[in-house]
Design a protein around this ligand. Structure first.
Ligand code: S3P
Length: 177
């Protein structure tokens, strides 16, 4: 198997804190593909942080911009895109992702997500200011709502002890099958 793919588009999805950006960047490098982070694209479009978009323009505007940025990938090739945690759950985003490339769900259990997010809740607008109990409940409720959509992905990959090289191998095996 060649190290570098052509005609390969990979969308990484999953709950916030599941490692989409870190794995995405590494996977792109290993496969010789361009890397994009959807939150960063929205920030560039809005010329302000995701946090400020939520605060001053509201979540609906954020979702609209997120979907617009996602749809700029129509017909593009050879990239890895790390989506935001909510991306597949709004508008026709999941259908679009599934049509445009390989969709990977980085799956992680509630307790592990909690451990990873409890230290990051100051910078994530959807969980900002939550107590630990509120955060636990938010993860439980939101994951319960989103899981069904996440699980439509072409590949569901347990992310907790995943190594970047293993993810690359899973992608290659999927492609060869
Ligand atoms: C969100 C996840 C965030 C970001 C926004 C909303 C969500 O992305 O898009 O704060 O609704 O789950 P990450 O998953 O990259 O943190």
């Amino acid at each position: 198997m060649a190290d570098h793919f052509t005609d390969m588009n990979i969308f990484l999805t999953g709950f916030m804190g599941s490692g989409k950006s870190t794995f995405g960047r590494k996977l792109a490098k290993q496969l010789g593909l361009r890397f994009y982070d959807l939150d960063k694209m929205v920030e560039e479009k809005a010329k302000c942080s995701v946090e400020d978009i939520f605060k001053y323009l509201g979540e609906d505007t954020f979702r609209q911009m997120e979907s617009e940025c996602l749809h700029t990938f129509e017909g593009q090739e050879n990239f890895v895109l790390s989506c935001g945690g909510g991306t597949p759950c709004y508008f026709d985003n999941m259908e679009f992702i599934m049509e445009q490339g390989l969709c990977i769900y980085l799956e992680m259990d509630e307790a592990s997500l909690f451990n990873r997010l409890v230290h990051a809740k100051s910078v994530r607008p959807t969980i900002k200011g939550f107590t630990e109990e509120e955060l636990k409940l938010f993860i439980k409720d939101t994951l319960a709502k989103r899981r069904e959509i996440y699980e439509r992905a072409h590949l569901v990959v347990p992310a907790l002890s995943l190594k970047p090289a293993e993810l690359k191998e899973l992608v290659e095996s999927y492609r060869e099958a």
